[in-house]
Design a protein around this ligand. Structure first.
Ligand SMILES: [Zn+2]
Length: 202
């Protein structure tokens, strides 16, 4: 089991024994040590500031049957609540995105006075959209499950990369000119959106 121990302002990882689940150790001004499993399936050990690394490792080792059992339960619960998308579902989402996103791209591109290349739609875990230097756009098919305001945000975001190929303050100012409330839309993707991404199988 890998443990991540924050020590002297940096994080170090130590091998406890082989297991795939990383354990994050958070030290604070507390008196006792405890372990918890978050809904994101993260194992967190909360420990007192002064506790020795070896004592923490011993605690994790002693607790490992409990951790393994509860991680398995938490995984099952998560899979029940949010089952992975099937191939058919993803096909339908791509189809819906193909019908919706190009229209949005057209209308915003005209408003912003820019031209774009080809549009592709994919199911991907790592991004909502991307824009190549040549102006080809790529969008995540899961946008079909996002509210219109969010689809507009991702479209505008990628179109703004036609002007700025980075995330500089100038880029965000450009986004803000079209969608002043972009921070709330971006936040939605980081919370609700991530739950959709979590349903894509690796
Ligand atoms: Zn971007």
């Amino acid at each position: 089991m890998r443990q991540i121990l924050p020590a002297m302002g940096h994080t170090k990882e130590i091998e406890v024994y082989p297991m795939n689940d990383p354990v994050q150790v958070l030290r604070s001004r507390r008196r006792t040590i405890c372990v918890e499993i978050t809904t994101n399936l993260q194992v967190i050990v909360r420990a007192p500031l002064s506790m020795d690394d070896r004592d923490i490792q011993a605690f994790v080792a002693a607790k490992s049957p409990w951790i393994a059992q509860h991680l398995a339960l938490a995984r099952k619960r998560k899979a029940l609540l949010a089952p992975p998308f099937t191939r058919e579902e993803l096909q339908a989402l791509k189809q819906a995105a193909r019908q919706d996103l190009p229209r949005r791209v057209d209308s915003y591109a005209r408003q912003m006075g820019i031209n774009v290349g080809r549009i592709t739609i994919r199911a991907q875990k790592t991004r909502w959209g991307s824009c190549s230097a040549k102006g080809n756009l790529n969008f995540n098919c899961l946008l079909s499950l996002c509210p219109e305001a969010i689809r507009d945000y991702v479209v505008v975001h990628e179109l703004c990369h036609r002007k700025e190929l980075n995330h500089s303050p100038r880029f965000w100012a450009e986004v803000g000119r079209i969608l002043p409330d972009w921070p709330a839309r971006r936040k939605w993707l980081k919370t609700e959106g991530m739950q959709l991404i979590g349903r894509l199988e690796v």
